[in-house]
Design a protein around this ligand. Structure first.
Ligand code: XMP
Length: 326
């Protein structure tokens, strides 16, 4: 049997008890594989890398070094939460890399979506490589590969896959979640004590807010996007929509329109809301957000986010639109 086929006998992990059994089994396997050697993990704070980190902390503790690269394109509060959960609460070895200026400088003036993606991906590998070189005696690279990544059944890219490292940095891989489906990863994460807002997090693309700050990214527009996204997420939580809608986010295009504020004309950006439901991200339908929720979000975003004077709701299913705008 290939090493990449989920064993037929493997029971679907649906309960805390089954998760505990998986965790015990994996900890033993990880200890056997790693021994007294050292492991490196790129920890984005997404579900998969967070669960791998928590499992490895349980299995090998400080033999794991997590590297969290803040590329400036994460959602509000995410880098802080990674530091709080993994360094403060789980006492992990965590290297926090503030690479915000580096990424934003590289992206300045770049408007083409695929070029933006390439720059973000390549720069991420470069930063991770630099951090890896600073560490001594690493033998293993842990990755949050999950079964759908192996099956390649969907268009959701495995953004946690730190492929592309140079030859002399080819470590042996540690992939404890590679036979798990997403729902199972969440059950395991919950059993490992990770916070709900990490475990039940909606999908977030590797290039992050970079593909939602349309065209050439500017710092002020990126900040407006991050604030608007935080308001949207907060209001979805309050309205009980957070667990019901598969993916919801804001987009800020690179054009302005006229408005009026404090009896003066304004010339500011619009914020576009996108909220979709899907099974596999190949097609998607629009969530019918209640009007009172839309009104409240609109009022808050236009009042609280500098540089924004309009809020629009994208009613386009996939097809004809993609889920992201870039
Ligand atoms: P689209 O926009 O193609 O998105 O309908 C389908 C799903 O994939 C996510 N997505 C990405 N994920 N890197 C990622 O890791 C990317 O470059 C990327 N582009 C889109 C998107 O958020 C949605 O869940």
């Amino acid at each position: 049997m290939s090493n990449n086929v989920r064993p037929e006998t493997m029971e679907r992990i649906t309960t805390a008890a089954l998760a505990e059994a998986f965790i015990a089994e994996q900890c033993a396997a990880l200890k056997a594989q790693i021994g007294s050697k050292k492991v490196l993990l790129a920890l984005s704070g997404g579900v998969d890398s967070s669960v791998v980190a928590a499992l490895l902390i349980k299995a090998v503790g400080k033999q794991l070094t997590c590297v969290h690269v803040n590329h400036g394109l994460l959602r509000k509060g995410e880098p802080e939460q990674v530091i709080d959960v993994f360094r403060n609460q789980m006492d992990a070895n965590l290297v926090y890399v503030d690479a915000v200026d580096r990424f934003l400088d590289k992206l300045a003036g770049v408007a083409d979506p695929e070029t933006k993606r390439k720059i973000i991906g390549a720069e991420f590998i470069r930063v991770f490589e630099e951090e890896a070189r600073k560490l001594e005696g690493i033998d293993f690279l842990a990755q949050g590969t999950i079964y759908p990544d192996i099956l390649e059944s969907g268009p959701v890219k495995a953004h946690h896959n730190v492929g592309g490292l140079p030859e002399d940095l080819q470590f042996e891989l540690v992939e404890p979640l590679k036979f798990l489906f997403k729902d199972e990863v969440r059950v395991v994460g919950k059993a490992l004590g990770l916070p709900d807002n990490m475990v039940y997090r909606q999908p977030f693309p590797g290039p992050g807010l970079g593909v939602r700050c349309l065209g050439a990214i500017t710092r002020d527009r990126l900040e407006a996007l991050r604030e608007a996204d935080a308001i949207l997420r907060e209001e979805f939580e309050i309205a009980g929509l957070a667990g019901k809608v598969w993916q919801y986010f804001t987009v800020v295009p690179d054009f302005k329109s006229t408005g009026v504020r404090d009896n003066k004309r304004s010339f500011d950006w619009p914020v576009i809301i996108r909220a979709v439901n899907t099974r596999d991200a190949m097609t998607a339908v629009i969530e019918e957000i209640p009007y009172p929720v839309l009104h409240k979000i609109t009022a808050r975003i236009t009042a609280e986010v500098p540089g924004v004077n309009r809020v629009l709701y994208d009613l386009t299913p996939k097809p004809s639109g993609t889920i992201e705008w870039e």
